[in-house]
Write a protein that binds this ligand. Structure first.
Ligand code: UDP
Ligand code: MG
Length: 319
């Protein structure tokens, strides 16, 4: 791990998981954009290999040999997108840091605009997807629903349809470095940090090669991470439901007492097996949901108190 002391103005951080076909075109495109920046700031390109099972690491080493501005961060195994990005941000040294995906869905052509706004005084410049090409209607619909739910449930205003593609100033990166929560939802944490933030609109491209690493199961986990790390509304859900059901059952009980007291017979709705079963199953289900919600939070508390490192770096290579 050669200590490189030359100051860096701009870092570009890219987490990569099984992106062997994307490494060369990515480095090529990003480098030519960075080269052409006005005032030619010094830059580094931090490529994080997130335990890829293909030849991503070899391809990164290939680039490392030819290009002095590449920094290769090799994680000890697959830690997932958010943690791989965190590792890259921790290693980066730039006065401003751009975080982007490695599949060229985030066009590096936006970087000059990011830098311009940063120089104009913004701490966070985030890309907002105007359109998204080559994604299934299912992904679009779930993504939309997700941003709306997040907006309802949380008290940080997380911008609609913004991913993790963004530029952050050093002081925002330092905020992230001090926030060591495990279940990371970076875009939420950046919104939470505040400072001057501004959006830039763009049209999201198709993934260049390979398949998305976010199957429905991971998307769901990511969504739950997003909600639980910024909101305790789900916890209150059980309380509200409890009050509602108690009130309803109290009224129900009163009506039955009334019927009995005045010897009016048993009302139709208080008779039989079906009504009993419905009540038992309904309450059983509601209780399980309540316990499940508690479990989500307790599991996260358990993860946090263990305080394990967020990721492990096997080596950092600089040329
Ligand atoms: N990624 C990663 N680790 C993972 C999954 C994904 O570093 O476990 C990287 C991936 O290589 C890509 C970025 O995270 O650079 C975004 O992933 P992907 O394109 O699969 O997500 P999508 O665009 O489908 O939401
Ligand atoms: Mg992608």
């Amino acid at each position: 791990m050669a200590a490189n002391v030359a100051p860096v103005t701009l870092s570009v951080v890219v987490p990569l998981y099984n992106e062997e076909a994307n490494v060369a075109p990515l480095v090529e495109r990003v480098t030519s954009i960075l080269e052409a920046l006005p005032d030619r700031p010094s830059y580094e390109l931090v490529l994080v290999n997130d335990g890829s099972a293909d030849s991503t690491a070899q391809f990164i080493r290939e680039e490392l040999r030819r290009r002095p501005h590449v920094v290769f961060v090799n994680l000890s195994r697959n830690f997932g997108h958010q943690l791989a990005a965190t590792a890259g941000l921790d290693v980066s040294r730039g006065e401003a840091v751009v975080l982007m995906d490695g599949d060229l869905q985030d066009p590096p052509e936006l970087i000059p605009e990011f830098v311009e706004r940063w120089r104009a005084g913004y701490d966070v410049v985030y890309a907002v997807r105007r359109t998204r090409k080559g994604e299934s209607t299912f992904k679009l619909a779930t993504a939309r629903a997700f941003y709306r739910i997040i907006r309802r449930l949380t008290n940080v205003s997380i911008p609609m349809d913004a991913g993790d593609f963004r530029l952050m100033s050093r002081r925002v990166v330092e905020v992230l470095k001090r926030s060591r929560e495990r279940h990371r939802f970076l875009r939420g944490m950046v919104s939470w940090a505040g400072f001057a933030q501004t959006p830039v609109e763009y049209d999201r491209d198709e993934r260049r090669y390979g398949a998305s690493k976010y199957p429905i199961s991971k998307m769901l986990k990511f969504a739950i991470d997003g909600v639980t790390s910024f909101s305790d509304v789900p916890l209150r859900f059980a309380t509200y439901l409890g009050f509602t059901v108690s009130t309803a059952s109290f009224i129900y009980a009163l009506t039955i007492i009334f019927f009995k007291a005045f010897r009016l017979g048993t009302p139709e709705y208080a008779r039989g097996w079906a009504s009993t079963m419905v009540v038992i199953l309904f309450l059983g289900g509601v209780q399980l949901i309540g316990i499940g919600i508690l479990g989500e939070y307790i599991g996260r508390i358990y993860d946090e108190v263990k305080a394990r490192p967020l990721y492990l770096i096997s080596d950092i290579e600089r040329s």
